[in-house]
Write a protein that binds this ligand. Sequence first.
Ligand code: PLP
Length: 375
Amino acid sequence: MQKHTDFLRKKLQARQQKGSLRSLQSHPDKIDFWSNDYLGFARSPELRAHIATLAADSTHGATGSRLISGNDALHETTEKEIADFHQAESALLFNSGYDAGLGLFSCIAAVGDTIFYDETVHACIHDGLRLSRAQTLPFRHNDLRDLENKMQAVTSGNIFVAVESVYSMDGDVVPLPALTELAEKYGAAILIDEAHATGWLGATGGGLVDALGLQGRIFARIHTYGKAMGAHGAAVLGSTVLRDYLMNYARSFIFTTALPPQNLHAIRAAYHWLKKHPELRKQARKHIEFFRKTATPTIQKNLLPSETVIQGVVIPGNERAKAAAAVLQTAGFAVKAILYPTVPRGQERIRVCLHAHNTEKEIRDLLATLDKLLR
Ligand SMILES: Cc1ncc(COP(=O)(O)O)c(C=O)c1O
C-alpha cells in the first residue's frame, strides 16, 4: 500500500508547489463575506424555530431512494409547491445542486446531440457533461456571437445550451433574453443553473427566469437550496415529461437515499420566509449598490463587473491572492481567495459575497482594508 500512498502524496506536493493545495478552514467569529447565505436564512433563529415546529413529528431518515422506500407524500407536496412558486409545470428534488447538475447534464442528450456550455460553468455541469454521450462544446463566457457561430456548424441532432443565471465565480449574469431568442432561432433548448440567483434575485426571489417572465421558454432550471435558501438540496424544474424522464434516467436521482422529511420542511420553510421577508432581498440589493459605489478607484480597477451578491476583486497569482485573503482574515473578515485552476491564470481573486445581514460599516471597513492591500 506504500506506493499507493506515495502516489497521493506526490499529487498533493505538486499542488502545494503550484500554490493551489486546498485545505479546510473555519472562521465562525469573523464577519461573513464568504458564505452563500445571502439572506441570512441559515443563521436565522426565527426560521430555525419555524422549521423545528414544522418538522416536530418528522423522521430524520428517508430510509431509501425515492424509487423504493424513500418517497414520502411530503416529497411530492414539496415538489408541487416548488413548481407552483416558480410557475413551472413540475419539479423534481435532488439531494444537492451538485447531484441535480450531474443527473441532468449526464442524461439529457444522446449520441448525435450537441450540448454547448458557457466556458465558466460550475463543476457539476462539467462533471455531468463528461458522463454525457452527446458532443459537448464550450463557448466563450457570455459571448452569444461565439455561441451562434458554433451553433451554425451543427446540422443534426438536438441542441442544448447550458448556462448559469449568476456565474458563481464572476458574479455576472447570463444575457438570458437574447440567449432565449438565439436558442429559439436554432431550435435549441436552454438548461439553466439558478444556484446563485435562487432566493434573492427578482421581485419574488424566484431567480432570473422568473424575474424575466421566461418560464415557458426555458427547457430546464436548477434551483438549489443550500445557498440563499439556507437549507440543502435542489430541484429541477421543467415539463412533466422532463420530470418522468429524470426519474428514469438521472442516476444521481435514482441511486441515492432521498432527502429526509426534516430537510423538506427546511425547504418549505425557506419558501415561506421568501414571501414573508421581502425586505431581506431589498437589503441585499442595497448592499450591492453600496459596495460598488463605495469601492475606491484603486479597488474599481480590479473589480469585476457584477450587479449581484457575488463581487470579485482580482489579485493575480495564487500566492498574492492567498496572501491578500490572509490579511483580510486577520483583520476579521471571512473571505475566500479563488485560485487557479478554479479561475483562469491571472484572474485569481478575492471573492466577496454580500448578505442582507452585513452592515454598511462592515462593508466600508472591508473596502478600506482591501484598498490598503491593493496600494
Ligand atoms: C452554479 C452552481 N451550481 C451548483 C452548485 C452545487 O450546489 P450544491 O452546493 O447544492 O451542491 C453550486 C455550488 O457551489 C454552484 O455554484
